[in-house]
Design a protein around this ligand. Sequence first.
Ligand SMILES: Cc1cc2nc3c(=O)[nH]c(=O)nc-3n(C[C@H](O)[C@H](O)[C@H](O)COP(=O)(O)O)c2cc1C
Length: 378
Amino acid sequence: METKNEGQENQKIPLLTPYKMGNFQLSHRVVLAPLTRQRSYNNIPQTHAILYYSQRASKGAFLLSEAAGVSDTAQGYPHTPGIWTNEQVQAWKPIVDAVHAKGAVFFCQILHVGRVSNKGFQPNGEDPISCTDKGLTSHTRDNGVDVDESFRPRRLRTDEIPQIVDDFRLAARNAIEAGRDCFDGVEIHGAHGYLIDQFLKDQANDRTDQYGGSLENRCRFALEIAEAVANEIGADRVGMRLSPFSNYMECGDSNPDALGLYMAEALNKHELLYCHMVEPRMKTFEEKVECPQSLFPMRKTFKGTFIVAGGYAREDGDKALAENRADLVAYGRLFLANPDLPKRFEINVKLNEYNRETFIIPDPVVGYTDYPFLEEVA
Ligand SMILES: Cc1cc2nc3c(=O)[nH]c(=O)nc-3n(C[C@H](O)[C@H](O)[C@H](O)COP(=O)(O)O)c2cc1C
């Protein structure tokens, strides 16, 4: 017969309980957040990513890839991967294959950075595109990368917008069609001040056509992408990441509660698999500031799986699940530094500390695949 203590030890904490996300049977709720690592030389995923992702994969885990550009105008950082050329798609295959071999579910995050780019990243040195021609004013981007102050984006004409929507559709098709070793789905990156967020937020969007002005108009671009991607690969393989409360990259909104709610309702119409929202407390890319705003109204509204992210540790992630404020919790920096994070949460042991100096260096090993597993620490 079990003693009381043994019974308690055997009882799994909410983070370690199984969850069915649409057709995917997950064995726990600790998600790998999308993490750009800038080690994909010339926009091609590299073989060192095989080890990095498979270290973080386990049976029934849910992993999100770092953001992958949807086209040759989508990039804004050195050595970030793409998913628009055949070479890129082929290079993802062994990475996805290794994650699948561990029994994990793997979605590709797809991105266009819009005005968070500059001529140096654009084909033929052209201006980056955006919903606006207002450039970023601050010299240093929120992720610490310097901006050339003199550049301004080119405002997309209304008739050019369907082409960008189509780039997302094709990128999703590429992600799924990477052969037998394809991604299981895609996450549309609608957060953090990148192109979709530029359309969503009234600080950035100053358009006067059907893609600007009212809330409905500002959300149109994001929803056209959600619809196009869902029609292409099936809504049961599509999630969207949003950060209505954040104002990174000079991309804030005067009414983030209304924006978040509107999007949650609209994504219901397209029956998206999940909605992944960044907590309002993430005032900067890395800093957590407690605040009265909450994602709960959006959680209650959205009918699919609701994923939260931003500053979570073991205890508050557990609490969010126990209080039904989320179905899954995504971990960024802690998972980056702890390849066996779910196991460490399970046995509640000390975590490796992350080193932000090595987050986005091009080294194929250091700060990437050399964080020790528990057994190695012991
Ligand atoms: C090095 C680094 C790279 C990141 N890259 C991405 C990215 O590619 N896509 C994205 O949506 N968020 C990205 N983020 C944000 C994380 O997914 C996450 O939301 C953020 O780190 C807060 O969660 P955490 O407190 O668990 O780290 C990045 C964060 C860091 C630190």
